[in-house]
Write a protein that binds this ligand. Structure first.
Ligand code: ZN
Ligand code: ZN
Length: 330
């Protein structure tokens, strides 16, 4: 089969390699859409924790089951599926505590294990979820980032009737704004300095999408920092209401640090909470994607073929698009 391969010298190539052979508890999937995100950018250009080079990237994907391992039940050839890429050990203390995203031996598809930027990809059956075919490949491939957002909203201790501010108009920020509205937030404001992203936010139904410079001093009950920028984090800390929650969703550099004033946290009894990946939210995201399909569709840019992986990542890095997804032609 053909596959995209990223090497440790940060080069990318299309190679010919064997179709993965599946374990008894796995299925073989023929991908039909694959999203790329900041993780892929890191794998390609800087390195990302857990990456085993050379690696076939692609962790946000949908496709059809073409082969089923002998121990698999509940999945058949031809099923349309989306795959939770986070392959966990199931036995470490974090797995046992129901915190699979913190698994000590986490081995995600497309980071450690071979990913979906290929003609075929193997996945454990327990990570593979049937999706209704009418949802379409693009939206099904966006279930993974949606699941991350559902986890972040849960980590926020809930948004019902609260005023919510989201920094960052990328996929995570926009989906967070959309889900906050769905979950009954009183008010949802999204802040991003890029006019193009604000325009997409508005067409996705996020009415209050503004430049962060226009935010003023009004405080919010829940603030999501989904920009991954120091400026956003600094401003976010100032705009959390008394007893409010700041959720760190955006990925900063592993060694970045930000000066902050502890008095702000003490005085207002703030909660500062991290949200990492999707935990156990994939099945719930399968259902929620159907509810937000019309809004989510607005985020997608699928101009690139999977074999143009490097060009697609470079284009995504320019920040002009929201969710870049790769097409599988023919
Ligand atoms: Zn991703
Ligand atoms: Zn584990």
């Amino acid at each position: 089969m053909l596959a995209v391969q990223i090497r440790s010298d940060h080069s990318v190539a299309v190679i010919e390699t064997d179709v993965p052979s599946i374990a008894p508890d796995e299925v073989l999937v023929k991908p039909c859409s694959c999203g790329i995100c900041g993780t892929d950018l890191h794998i390609l250009h800087h390195g990302f924790p857990g990456t085993r080079y050379p690696v076939i990237p692609g962790h946000e994907f949908s496709g059809h089951v073409v082969e089923v391992g002998r121990d698999v039940s509940g999945l058949r050839e031809g099923d349309f599926v989306a795959v939770d890429p986070n392959v966990t050990c199931g036995v470490c203390r974090w797995c046992k505590m129901g915190r699979p995203n913190l698994c000590e031996k986490l081995d995600p598809i497309g980071v450690g294990r071979p990913g979906a930027a290929a003609e075929y990809v193997a996945a454990p059956a327990r990570n593979t979820f049937i999706v209704r075919e009418s949802l379409g490949g693009n939206l099904a491939a966006m279930i993974e980032p949606l699941a991350c957002v559902l986890h972040a909203v849960e980590r926020s201790q809930g948004v019902l009737a609260k005023d919510v501010l989201v920094f960052g108009g990328g996929t995570m920020g926009l989906l967070t704004a959309i889900v906050s509205r769905l979950r009954g937030a009183n008010r949802v404001v999204l802040a991003d300095p890029m006019p193009g992203k604000l325009a997409v936010a508005k067409s996705a139904g996020v009415a209050e999408a503004i430049d962060p410079g226009l935010l003023g001093t009004e405080a919010f009950d829940v603030v999501f920092e989904a920009a991954g920028s120091r400026a956003a984090l600094d401003q976010a800390l100032d705009l959390v209401q008394k007893t409010g929650v700041l959720v760190q969703v955006g990925v900063h550099g592993e060694h970045d640090s930000v000066p902050f004033n502890p008095f702000r946290i003490y005085e207002r009894e703030l909660h500062i909470i991290g949200s990492n990946s999707l935990a156990d939210k994939f099945p719930e995201a399968v259902d929620v994607m159907s509810e937000i399909a019309d809004q989510a569709r607005v985020l997608i840019d699928d101009r690139f073929e999977v074999w143009d992986f490097g060009a697609a990542v470079d284009e995504m890095a320019k920040g002009q698009t929201i969710k870049t997804q790769l097409r599988f032609g023919g």
